[in-house]
Write a protein that binds this ligand. Structure first.
Ligand SMILES: [Zn+2]
Length: 208
């Protein structure tokens, strides 16, 4: 019993997407590979670029974030590398900034999954830090309160002035963090344009 359990933990080679088929190389089985290739194209809605609906991609992201399958990034680049590169070219992006995770979460996981993906895709980026957790923006109605709330939430050392900046996230739910970062860049860093991109987005985001 114990031996079986250990085997499962140490030699788990089930596909990250379907959780059923065994894989000998990487983390995605042949069937899911075909499915992913069909699903992987860039979409834009409500000012947000995205590739997958979260519901289609949940298990892959879960494995990546919580099962310590860090090398999944190498698998994912097959599907997304060209899409991000094209977006950067089409939108004439000067600077790519991944959404930072809180220090607590980074220490728990040992890595920032968005940065892992960008590194695997060989896309240059500038890391920023989240120095303070903020209240959710939708709780704050007045512009002053919102500005107050984001004041100093992120530590951005890079010179962003006049640049077209691409913010990259892995999952967008309410969009609050993206908006916070966008507002901070626009109000304090004199950027030319902020473009938003996420690997996955929940369906509910579009129903706001
Ligand atoms: Zn599979």
């Amino acid at each position: 019993m114990l031996r079986q359990l250990l085997r499962k933990i140490l030699f788990d080679n089930s596909c990250s997407m379907c959780g059923k088929n065994r894989v000998s190389q990487g983390y995605i089985c042949k069937q899911c590979d075909l499915k992913l290739k069909e699903m992987s194209f860039l979409k834009k809605r409500n000012g947000l670029y995205y590739i997958y609906l979260y519901s289609d991609f949940r298990d892959v992201l879960w494995d990546f974030k919580f099962k310590n399958r860090r090398l999944l990034a190498e698998n994912l680049k097959i599907y997304i590398k060209d899409l991000i590169a094209t977006l950067i070219e089409d939108e004439k992006i000067d600077l790519v900034i991944p959404v930072p995770v809180s220090e607590k979460r980074r220490l728990e996981r040992g890595y920032n999954q968005v940065e892992e993906i960008l590194e695997a895709c060989k896309i240059k980026f500038e890391s920023i830090e989240r120095v303070r957790n903020t209240e959710h923006m939708y709780n704050l109605k007045s512009p002053e309160k919102r500005r107050e709330n984001i004041k100093g939430a992120f530590l951005i050392k890079t010179d962003c002035s006049g640049k077209r900046v691409l913010i990259v996230d892995d999952i967008v739910t309410s969009g609050a963090t993206l908006m916070e970062l966008k507002e901070e860049l626009e109000s304090k860093h004199d950027v030319a344009e902020v473009v938003l991109f996420t690997l996955t987005v929940v369906r509910k985001y579009f129903k706001k």
